[in-house]
Design a protein around this ligand. Structure first.
Ligand code: ADP
Ligand code: MG
Length: 576
């Protein structure tokens, strides 16, 4: 074949492939345009995972009617017009590629009205070719409707995942943007139903509640840091160490409020948590780094998802330090630790490392660890597999801790955390191997579910039933709860299911749904702090704990027990 320049329609389709990979990338580009247009409200509607239809409606400044056709040309942008601006990009968009690329692989309709104009304008494009344009009444702002995505690119469409996976990606995206733009009210409608709404009142913590649910949100700590020399700042939230996930997807980073992916930033956060989390557990974080526009290259990756920093080390260090600082403040070390003593390793960062007797303590933490006292090797390598020591009950302290005597020292066992671990392990056994789990309620209880709770129930119904819940739909978002997991003693069954669903909600954000469900059921079923226990109850609990494969931490990663060595006590009392 001779060399020739491709016809424009074909060239546009090929170029579109770089920008528009899947429905979520369309949503990303359109939402970013709406943000750049100073919108205060952005509604995203998708049908069938976004393949059938994506609609993004905003109340931003709109597009002048005479510029509308230009907006759909390649490299047409209102956001930069000089090399200087390209070197310091302040908007999310700048390439002028999104609209033409999206239009090339879909049927696109745009209606837009500038707030001061009496009427709006509408334009329709069919696979990138203008099909209609004219005036039209509409509210101020811009609405873009994208239908039949990749209808003219069957190869691309074939590679899309199921519509629920594509939906999850859109949910993730919208909720991430709502975290970093708390002043914008985001709403996501999936197949006609509201799936997510952020309050848009400018309060970051309320956006956090909307995304992670009330329980996880309360365990998020506020992060603020500044490098006084460079003026770099980091702001956002990091999860308390009790809040962990099995992979890194729950760490979300923004640079100048642009969502980016960065291994460097994940590492910085993981460094800050070092010693606080179990092996293979990862923290939750949502952090925005503000740096001078000229110090970051955002024009580095086709979908603008990766950026390059001029001063990578400084960015790393400010993030790591800021996160570490809040964790230190949240995690004081008990008085008994006495790092000045010569046979204890010197502390690395004085009061930073946790008090667990086993889980995840690095050598040099400054705390006496079970392993270091009995010489069984590095703590974090051995932690998850080490059996619990045989313990003899001495008594109960503050109606919260079981005081016990064990090999070469005293153990304090957190009764709630220990029981949580026992129940969680029981729930995690294969259905075939465990006893029947259900406990019928004398009278069924009516529960009203929010949209996200309903979604969580539907998508996770099987494991909920497996764990012992029985429900019956009761019209319009209500369910009759007929049975609860047998492990629940007393307690309010309706509250338990609502909490469990809140924790399980947001499929996209909480991927290990079953694990989250089991952990929150275990948390509900576990004996509370403040409950008086008899000696036989304490003995039974410690025996059950000893029998679990992972006795040293509760399912959230908190320690179930702390250890005080006999040597330490002797020294404190001046016996040695
Ligand atoms: P870019 O965002 O890189 O400039 P796009 O192709 O995404 O390129 O958009 C082209 C232009 O269309 C933008 O520069 C902007 O002027 C205008 N535009 C797109 N979407 C909107 C919107 N929702 N509100 C106002 N203007 C918009
Ligand atoms: Mg854009």
């Amino acid at each position: 074949m001779p060399i020739k320049v491709l016809p424009p329609v074909l060239a546009a389709k090929i170029a579109a492939g770089e920008v528009v990979e899947r429905p979520a990338s369309v949503v990303k580009e359109l939402v970013e345009n709406s943000i750049d247009a100073s919108s205060s409200q952005i509604t995203v509607e998708i049908k069938a995972g976004g393949v059938e239809q994506i609609k993004v409606i905003d109340d931003g400044h709109g597009i002048p009617s005479e510029e509308l056709a230009v907006a759909f040309q390649r490299h047409a942008t209102s956001k930069i017009d000089s090399q200087e601006q390209l070197d310091a990009i302040a908007t999310l968009g700048f390439r002028g590629e999104a609209l033409p690329s999206i239009a090339a692989v879909s049927n696109t309709t745009i209606t837009t009205r500038q707030p001061l104009n009496p009427s709006g304008f509408r334009m329709e494009l069919h696979w990138g070719e203008g099909a209609f344009s004219g005036t039209q009444g509409c509210p101020p702002g811009t609405a873009i409707e994208v239908s039949d995505l990749f209808g003219n690119l069957p190869a691309r469409r074939k590679f899309l995942r199921s519509s629920s996976t594509e939906t999850t990606r859109v949910q993730e995206l919208v909720s991430r943007y709502s975290l970093v733009f708390p002043g914008i009210r985001f709403q996501l409608v999936v197949d006609g139903k509201i799936s997510f709404t952020s309050p848009g009142n400018g309060l970051p913590r309320e956006a956090l509640v909307a995304v992670y649910g009330p329980q996880a949100a309360t365990a998020m700590l506020e992060v603020r840091g500044e490098d006084t020399e460079t003026g770099y700042q980091v702001n956002g939230f990091a999860g308390a160490p009790i809040l962990t996930r099995a992979n890194r997807t729950y760490m979300t980073f923004f640079v100048n409020r642009r969502w980016v992916q960065s291994r460097m930033l994940s590492f910085a956060v993981e460094e800050a948590y070092m010693g606080l989390l179990q092996v293979k557990r990862y923290p939750l974080a949502a952090l925005n780094i503000s740096i001078p526009y000229g110090d970051v290259d955002v024009n580095y990756h086709p979908s603008k998802r990766e950026v390059r920093f001029q001063e990578e080390n400084r960015v790393f260090s400010i993030v790591q330090k800021a996160v570490r600082a809040v964790l230190v403040a949240d995690s004081p070390v008990p008085n008994l630790a006495s790092p000045s003593e010569s046979d204890y390793p010197k502390p690395v960062a004085s009061s930073f490392f946790p008090r667990s007797a086993f889980g995840g303590i690095r050598n040099g933490s400054g705390l006496p660890t079970y392993q270091s006292q009995i010489g069984s090797g590095p703590a974090d390598a051995a932690a998850p597999l080490q059996p619990a020591p045989p313990l003899k009950v001495v008594g109960q302290l503050k109606l919260t801790y079981i005081v016990a005597e064990g090999p070469a020292g005293m153990f304090l066992v957190d009764q709630h955390a220990a029981h949580e671990r026992v129940l969680f392990d029981r729930l995690s056994q294969k259905t075939s191997e465990r006893e029947p789990q259900s406990q019928p309620l004398l009278e069924p209880v009516l529960v009203d579910l929010s949209p996200s709770q309903r979604d969580a129930l539907k998508s996770n119904r099987e494991s909920l039933e497996d764990y012992g819940y029985e429900f019956e739909p009761f019209g319009d978002g209500s369910y009759l709860l007929r049975a609860v997991p047998a492990i629940f003693g007393e307690g309010d069954p309706a509250k338990s299911i609502l909490d469990v669903l809140d924790m399980t909600a947001f499929e996209g954000l909480v991927r290990q749904k079953e694990e989250v469900t089991a952990a929150s059921i275990a948390c509900h079923g576990a004996i509370r702090a403040g409950k008086s226990l008899t000696e036989p109850e304490m003995v039974a609990l410690l025996e059950q704990l000893e029998a679990t494969p992972n006795p040293h931490t509760c399912p959230h990663g908190r320690p179930t027990m702390v250890y005080f060595s006999s040597n330490h006590m002797e020294r404190e009392f001046g016996r040695r």
